[in-house]
Design a protein around this ligand. Structure first.
Ligand SMILES: [Zn+2]
Ligand SMILES: [Zn+2]
Length: 187
């Protein structure tokens, strides 16, 4: 990997994330590794890429910044698995790679943040990650672009977009009303 490119990307991520840590080194390298594999360029607004990040920790910020994919553009999806992994999917080619962290055996509690950053930065991608080709289970409504669908949930009266509703007794309702929500009203 081009070290100048890595430093440039890492600096960009550090600025966004707010500090330098092992997680952003990992996410920066992982994303660069994937883009290289998919034949995609750095620093380009890429409409041809979907990214599924499997953790909501430091790493995810690096994946976002380096890939240019965001939740708002519907090109970044949080799969809330709590795993240090991500899948990168080139839409036009229908080609996906899932990259996982291979570094588990090297991790120890005593390692300082500085040492971790240094070690991860200098470890070759092939050692740091496993990369496997994957086929994705995608629905038309998963892709960016114009609104896919819109219903009004008859229970809460809120709009539910892009096929995110569930069907109960033949009626489309929102997931919060249908499956229980993360909040409850106290007023
Ligand atoms: Zn961090
Ligand atoms: Zn509802």
């Amino acid at each position: 990997m081009d070290n100048k490119d890595f430093k440039e990307q890492l600096a960009k991520v550090e600025k966004f994330h707010g500090h330098l840590c092992g997680g952003i080194v990992m996410g920066t390298k992982m994303t660069m590794h994937a883009l290289e594999h998919l034949g995609m360029k750095l620093n380009e607004k890429n409409k041809d890429l979907l990214v599924f990040v499997e953790i909501d920790r430091c790493m995810a910020d690096a994946v976002q910044v380096v890939s240019g994919c965001t939740i708002g553009k519907r090109t970044l999806k949080l799969m809330d698995y709590g795993r240090f992994s991500a899948t990168f999917y080139k839409i036009s080619a229908g080609e996906g790679v899932r990259i996982t962290d291979n570094d588990i055996q090297n991790q120890n509690e005593e390692e300082s943040k500085e040492d971790l950053v240094e070690r991860l930065s200098s470890t070759p991608n092939e050692e740091l990650f496993s990369l496997r080709k994957v086929k994705l289970r995608l629905k038309e409504s998963d892709f960016p672009g114009k609104d896919f669908s819109k219903i009004v949930c008859p229970i809460c009266n809120e709009i539910v977009k892009d096929d995110k509703y569930i069907v109960r007794n033949g009626v489309g309702i929102c997931k919060a009303c249908g499956e229980g929500s993360y909040y409850e009203y106290i007023d």
